[in-house]
Write a protein that binds this ligand. Structure first.
Ligand code: PLP
Length: 426
């Protein structure tokens, strides 16, 4: 029986390999010629996930652990705790900071500085823990926190900064780190869009007390849905493990010093907790996606360099964002952003409508200026200073796809389409 099963497994593997060897799966791109994103996986991931399914070991286990170790090593942080989404990773990062086991946990009403341009679930976890998000402006080269705006926003109740590495750009971690040290603030990183981005030679995720990554389908690498909490503090990693799974102590490396009055150790609950666990299938995807990450990033960077050169001649009408490349940093280009200057003789909508008509998908910069989203009315917050850049991004910026499946023909096609649009508007 075992031999027969092995033979069937081998056949399945071979068939899956043959299936993917036929080339791009029909419909994988949708109907667009240059889609915002395409699948990033192939036979290796599917076979690894199928092996888990066939073995019936499908809940969080050894493959998740392997992916965690690979990711911690890649980021250069001590520990990684996989969860079911980037939003869950942000939730755990926030929850860790209000943990009663910390010497100075966040208290209700404490303020946390966040960029005005981020994703909805950058903000909501802060609200969940009773903190007050303080929205500050971002810069237009990288779409990340403007350190001057952060400094101006720090008040008596400020306890933390969330550095959101938007669109594959590292925040200025030198400036933010200095502010955090000077004002005794926690530094969190939302690195959901920035796999492998670097600031001054250090990968994002290795700067703050806790960092969050997302492996959603459209990100640099993907586990379909999935996320990772990263920290170099073993105690925080254990708190994250408890928060991930029910608040029990079962998965921790070092047990908390809480007396056990004789309760079964497997069902001993000492902390808050949710159920944010990934499946083993997601770990299976992750371990193979790792090998693809650096080549994927290389392609994105080549595309960005090409478009940067091609569109430089339109600098009077389009504002390019060069990304974070200064001081030995590396942008990993979540997409390719453009902003239409106010003095341009056309609107963003004119340009995006034209590109969409050519089969080039476009979208706004994440959640835009969150100050203007109706959901902001649902929770206490503070707006620090004017948000002129966030306003401009909301009104005039967009991005199109920049990913591993965009090679020379596609990037040339995008250039030709932009040239055609510009030629019609002299
Ligand atoms: C900056 C940022 N934070 C958080 C998230 C949430 O990640 P997920 O979609 O995996 O929940 C995203 C999603 O793309 C994001 O871009």
């Amino acid at each position: 029986m075992t031999e027969r099963r092995q033979a069937i497994s081998a056949q399945i593997r071979a068939l899956v390999e043959e299936y993917f060897a036929l080339g791009e799966v029909p419909g994988a791109r949708g109907t667009a010629r240059v889609p915002l994103h395409v699948p990033s996986y192939g036979a290796e991931e599917v076979n690894e996930a199928l092996a888990s399914l066939l073995s019936t070991r499908v809940t969080m286990g050894e493959k998740v652990q392997r992916f965690e170790a690979l990711w911690a090593d890649y980021v250069g942080a001590g520990q990684a705790v996989m969860v079911n989404s980037g939003s869950s990773a942000n939730l755990i990062a926030a929850e860790v900071l209000r943990s009663p086991f910390l010497p100075r946990p966040l208290a209700p009403g404490d303020e946390v500085i966040v960029p005005a341009v981020a994703w909805s679930t950058t903000y909501f976890p802060l609200v969940t823990i009773g903190a007050v998000p303080v929205l500050v402006d971002v810069d237009l080269d990288t779409f990340t926190l403007d350190p001057k705006a952060v400094e101006a926003a720090i008040g008596p109740r400020t306890r933390a900064i969330v550095a959101v590495h938007l669109l594959g750009n590292a925040c200025d971690m030198a400036a933010l780190g200095a502010l955090a040290r000077r004002h005794d603030l926690y530094l969190l990183e939302d690195a959901c869009e920035a796999h492998g981005a670097e600031f001054a030679g250090t990968r994002v995720g290795a700067f703050g007390q806790v960092a969050a990554f997302s492996f959603y389908f459209s990100h640099h690498i993907s586990t379909i849905e999935g996320g990772m909490v990263v920290t170099s503090d073993e105690r925080l990693a254990d708190l994250a493990r408890m928060l991930r799974a029910h608040g029990w102590q079962r998965d921790v490396r070092k047990k908390l010093d809480v007396p056990n009055p004789g309760i079964d150790e497997r069902y001993f609950f000492v902390n808050f907790g949710y159920n944010l666990r990934p499946m083993e299938l997601q770990g299976a995807f992750g371990i193979h996606q790792m090998q693809r990450l650096e080549p994927f990033i290389r392609t994105r960077r080549e595309n960005a360099a090409y478009w940067g050169q091609a569109f430089a001649k339109y600098a009077d009408r389009l504002r390019l964002s060069p990304g974070r490349e200064d001081r030995g940093s590396r942008s990993v280009w979540f997409g390719y952003p453009l902003s239409v200057r106010p003095e341009a003789p056309f609107t963003r909508e004119d340009l995006t409508r034209f590109l969409e008509g050519k089969g080039i998908e476009t979208r706004p910069i994440m959640a835009g200026n969150f100050r203007d989203q109706p959901a902001i009315r649902l929770f206490p917050h503070r707006i620090a200073g004017g948000l002129p850049n966030a306003e401009l991004i909301m009104r005039a910026s967009f991005f199109f796809g920049n990913h591993h499946a965009i090679g020379e023909p596609e990037r040339a096609y995008v250039r030709e389409c932009v040239d055609e649009f510009m030629a019609g508007r002299r």
